[in-house]
Design a protein around this ligand. Structure first.
Ligand SMILES: Cc1ncc(COP(=O)(O)O)c(C=O)c1O
Length: 392
């Protein structure tokens, strides 16, 4: 298999060498080409004006939809660009017609932002939220999901990779079950995008949301929503403006035919340009190579951490991803993060309330997270764990 050109990749990444950044699950280091795209568009706005810059670069900016679509195996008309993953997810969720009394099925690792939206709609539309139990490995239990399916299920909405650890839920198998029952399937791919291959046909999802800033290495303030074509004719966004729904007569608006009906008129075109370049950059390297290297580095971190006496690894699932979660007995995780930062290592913490169901079930404290990306070196992992060892 082709190898990753680590030397070139590290040269492309201005943040390499500043600190050992090991938090791609938070917000990864952008490559210089992404920064350039953002700065160039901003410069153009400064020189000729924002509207004029958009008009001048409209073809290039339109190609961002192609970049996102190609990365997902989708059509450009199925993509809406958003300012983050939560807004993308909410646009799909709040647009979905759910009959009074219907059931939402979700997973134990569901992200806080999604779950509070479930709670709001459950209250408003008299819905039930049913949590699919996990199997012995900690992943969503497919057999349990099968037995939970009935005619009242209005939506399956799960997180593919949770914010709080290495678990990878069987997103494509869930898609098969959802499709077999004709139930809409909304997939949170926020932590998967940029570290795993995404093929919406294979996943069988109707909607998929993700962010730009994490493993995709795009800028903060970017995200996107995939909406399967067959939904577009029937889905009325919960919130519209005259971009997604042009005002065509005094008493009438007409929704756009593509997924951009979920967008609004004003946007950061500089950040969008950066997002497009980030996705092209990932695709040039190759997502399978990226996934292999991320897994290798994360496994290395797990192995080294498991040798430290008071460290408890917390990752669930059989095949683990690039997020390594752990706690340290008798240590305040926030203090550890600060001490590591002082020593030149960016790691993070995940609060129990970000994934409350899982945290309560496993009685989890605030956990520490290390999430290497392919630009990290083996040496950075070794040094980070060695430093942690000195803080115990
Ligand atoms: C699994 C998961 N879903 C959704 C989000 C929300 O993403 P954003 O902050 O871009 O809205 C996050 C952010 O950490 C996440 O980890």
């Amino acid at each position: 298999m082709r190898q990753i050109d680590l030397e070139k990749i590290r040269k492309d990444t201005p943040g390499v060498g500043t600190s050992a950044h090991l938090l791609a699950c938070g917000s990864a280091l952008m490559p210089q080409c992404v920064v350039n795209a953002i700065v160039e568009h901003t410069q153009l706005e400064a020189q000729i004006g924002g509207y004029e810059a958009h008009a001048k670069e409209v073809d290039k900016l339109d190609r961002v939809y192609h970049s996102v679509a190609r990365h997902l195996g989708a059509k450009t008309t199925e993509i809406a660009l958003m300012e983050n993953a939560t807004v993308a997810w909410c646009h799909a969720f709040y647009a979905l017609p759910l009959k009074l009394g219907s059931r939402i099925l979700t997973c134990e690792a569901e992200y806080a932002a999604n779950y509070v939206a479930f709670l709001q709609r459950a209250k408003r539309d008299n819905l039930t939220i049913d949590v699919i139990p996990s199997d012995a490995s900690g992943a969503l239990d497919l057999d349990a999901l099968q037995t939970m399916m009935d005619e009242d299920v209005g939506l399956i909405a799960i997180t593919w990779i949770p914010t709080n650890g290495g678990l990878v839920n069987p997103a494509a198998d869930v898609g098969k079950i959802a499709n077999a029952h004709g139930v809409p399937y909304l997939l949170d791919a926020c932590q998967a995008a940029g570290q795993k291959r995404i093929d919406v046909a294979e996943l069988g999802c109707d909607f998929l949301s993700a962010t730009g800033r994490k493993f995709l290495r795009g800028p903060r303030g970017t995200g996107f929503l995939y909406v399967k074509e067959s939904w577009l004719s029937s889905l009325e966004p919960a919130m519209i403006d005259h971009f997604g729904a042009p005002w065509v007569a005094r008493d009438h608006y007409e929704l756009r035919e593509d997924a951009r009906r979920f967008e609004t008129w004003e946007n950061s075109y500089a950040l969008r340009a950066g997002l497009g370049v980030a996705m092209d950059y990932a695709d040039q390297i190759g997502i399978d190579l990226i996934e292999n290297r991320v897994t290798l580095l994360a496994d290395k971190a797990r192995t080294l951490l498991s040798d430290l006496p008071t460290v408890n690894l917390k990752d669930l699932g059989q095949d683990k991803c690039g997020i390594v979660s752990f706690s340290i007995a008798d240590k305040d995780p926030r203090q550890i993060v600060q001490q590591m930062a002082k020593s030149g290592f960016a790691i993070g913490a995940s609060q129990a309330s970000s994934t409350r169901l899982d945290s309560e079930r496993r009685n989890l404290p605030t956990m520490l997270r290390i999430a290497p990306h392919y630009y990290n070196s083996e040496d950075e992992i070794e040094r980070a764990v060695a430093r942690l060892g000195k803080l115990l």
